[in-house]
Design a protein. Structure first.
Length: 501
């Protein structure tokens, strides 16, 4: 009999482990469709969560057609997960789990565990023993410190994300020479992956490709680990490993790390994007922006709409709609509108929406309106329409925000877009041709360098004749990553730090 994903998650101890680990965490489920990876993070616009063992099998069954098999959870534990805004608000984060990722393969497990041993010994020198555990993730291992190993007093002074990033970064920097020796010879990679939207594998989850299971064990079992432990039919897993912690045990290391790793510089420059790695880097000249023209257009168009009208949900719809329109206009001429949105998404490489159905009355009920100087069809629900498909806010999140997240924290890019677009007078924002030529074209291939760089440095690179419109707060209700970092880090200045570019 072949291996069954549903049978695995039907085991009570598996469903219980995944569910209990996921408490307070934003969950992601991975599968595949037509050879492409599918990453599911929302259900009907609400962040995906698991509150009970029954939810685990329910999600696997719901997304069976998408080949769902792997559970991830955020490194953050949130106070509230009731809305999209709750996961965009960094003030809603109660804890963040520090971890180092040792990326290798099951076949080279001995080399992976040698790196793990070096990291664990370093943590033990700082008195961290009860609160550390190892998770074999499928092709490598994580060394994780329980997020509750930091005292409440420490977390009242520093944001959990800052603490966790600094700890992981400090350990990596301190051990770089030792880790390099092992990593180079065994073709491993050791990284600090802690960032604002990071997810990692849940205990007893299946690997996304291999029929192996993620198991946890304490450091004293490192020398005993054997590949047979990850066989989903007869796995060996210590359920106490990730639950064990001692409050305050990691404070000494955290304070040392915070003295050595400047958290403000981290947040202003590379947090959420830079993977500090032991793998040697090769100079390749000026790095590319990493954010495609399609995503730049969508973000700028969304910011344009938001600044003019102040509706974030329709701004996302407008941004995606205009990005699709201009992408097709480039290939077929300005008068062309794709008849089938499905075909457009395939050609443009946009993820096909998996949730939300277009109302039957769409074709009859849609109407042509003028928004920001553009003539656009709007559905009865108020969302913008291309062909026979609405562009929904969740479509924008999948096709734009999540693509941006692969390079930079979306909150940072969104705030940068608002600041950049707000520098232009209203008549430019209301004129499609002027917006395209004056706002989009100058930065379409260097948006990170121009817009995000200006935001990080706190200054504009040029003056505009008319006073810019007032920038509204970010859609999460906070003031964005930059202002949050200045506020919650006790007003520490940037010290003239440079941006990513």
């Amino acid at each position: 009999m072949g291996f069954s994903v549903e049978a695995h998650y039907s085991r009570p101890e598996v469903a219980r482990e995944v569910a209990e680990f996921a408490v307070g965490r934003w969950v992601a489920l991975e599968g595949s469709f037509e050879g492409r990876r599918v990453f599911i993070r929302y259900f009907r616009g609400v962040p995906l969560t698991v509150r009970s063992p029954g939810d685990v099998l329910s999600l696997i069954s719901r997304y069976r057609r998408l080949g769902a098999r792997t559970f991830y959870a955020t490194v953050h534990v949130y106070r509230d997960l009731s809305s999209r805004g709750s996961v965009e608000d960094l003030g809603n984060v109660a804890y963040t789990t520090p971890f180092l990722d040792v990326d290798g393969s099951l076949e080279r497990y001995s080399a992976v565990l040698e790196v793990v041993r070096v990291i664990v010994e370093f943590l033990e020198r700082y008195g961290i023993s009860r609160s550390v555990y190892v998770l074999w993730s499928g092709e490598g291992a994580h060394v994780r410190v329980n997020e509750r190993a930091f005292s409440g007093e420490l977390l009242s002074r520093y944001h959990p994300l800052v603490v966790s990033y600094a700890v992981a970064e400090y350990v990596l920097r301190s051990l770089r020479e030792k880790l390099d020796a092992v990593a180079r010879s065994a073709e491993l990679r050791v990284e600090n992956l802690v960032d604002a939207k990071r997810v990692f594998t849940a205990p007893l989850s299946l690997h996304r490709q291999r029929d192996v299971v993620a198991v946890c064990f304490k450091p004293d079992a490192v020398t005993s680990f054997d590949p047979s432990w990850v066989d989903p039919r007869s796995y060996r897993h210590d359920p106490s490993a990730w639950r064990s912690y001692e409050p305050g045990e990691a404070d000494t290391l955290a304070l040392e790390a915070l003295r050595s790793v400047d958290p403000v510089r981290v947040l202003h420059s590379r947090l959420g994007t830079e993977r500090r790695s032991t793998r040697p880097r090769v100079a390749t000249g000026t790095p590319p922006s990493g954010i495609g023209r399609f995503q730049v257009m969508a973000v700028l168009q969304a910011a344009r709409y938001y600044l003019l009208y102040g509706d974030i949900e329709r701004a996302k719809s407008f941004g995606l709609n205009r990005a699709i329109f201009y992408a097709w206009a480039k290939h077929y001429g300005r008068g062309y509108v794709p008849k089938r949105y499905r075909r457009a998404t395939t050609v443009l490489g946009i993820e096909e929406p998996t949730e939300g159905q277009v109302p039957e009355e769409l074709k009859e009920g849609r109407k042509l309106v003028k928004a920001a100087g553009e003539e656009v069809y709007v559905s009865p629900r108020g969302y913008f329409v291309m062909g026979d498909r609405e562009q929904l806010p969740e479509d924008y999140d999948r096709s734009v925000a999540e693509k941006v997240e692969e390079y930079l924290p979306y909150d940072l890019v969104w705030e940068a877009a608002l600041k950049y677009v707000s520098r232009f007078p209203k008549h430019v924002l209301e004129d499609p041709a002027e917006f395209y030529e004056k706002v989009y074209e100058p930065v379409r291939d260097r948006f990170v360098e121009v817009a995000v760089g200006e935001l990080q440095n706190g200054e504009d690179s040029r003056e505009v004749r008319e006073a810019p419109r007032q920038v509204r707060p970010s859609p999460s209700g906070s003031y964005g990553l930059l202002k949050w970092s200045r506020r919650d880090l006790g007003g520490r200045g940037t010290g003239g730090q440079q941006g990513r570019q």
